[in-house]
Design a binder for this molecule. Sequence first.
Ligand code: MG
Length: 162
Amino acid sequence: MTQPPFRVGTGYDIHPLKAGRPCVLGGVSIPSEVGPDGHSDADVVLHAAADAVLGAAGLRDIGHHFPNTDEACRGMDSALILAAAAREAAKAGWKVGNLDLVVVAERPKLSPHVPAMRSRIAGILEIDPSQVGIKATTNEGMDAVGQGRALAVHAVCLLFRA
Ligand code: MG
């Protein structure tokens, strides 16, 4: 059966924001009085990105590869998770064409950090920053995200046959 040389995948993640937690988003440390709470470093941007890569490759999600019940994953640098996702996709014969992200957050203010996040994500995936899109938006004061109690990320990834 002939298969197309492209695959698309989506990823989504949300984490609560907690006072005093380090704020690492897109692999970049961001000065903030709140940070995403979770089992790993809780980098919700890299988690959504990793799931988009894995999904496009037809692989299981990051919860399968890095269970939040696994003590080895506690406080883990999520750059390792995204790198592992890309490695698994590469093993299946896929390369990242591009990644596009929507970060929904009332706080911290992300736009000043978008260029650094793009560079960092591109570095982890060994692609050019022009292959990484990041949009920062808010939820206009509605729901937990809009009230600054959580941060959500949507991701889309295109893979092509290596
Ligand atoms: Mg997560």
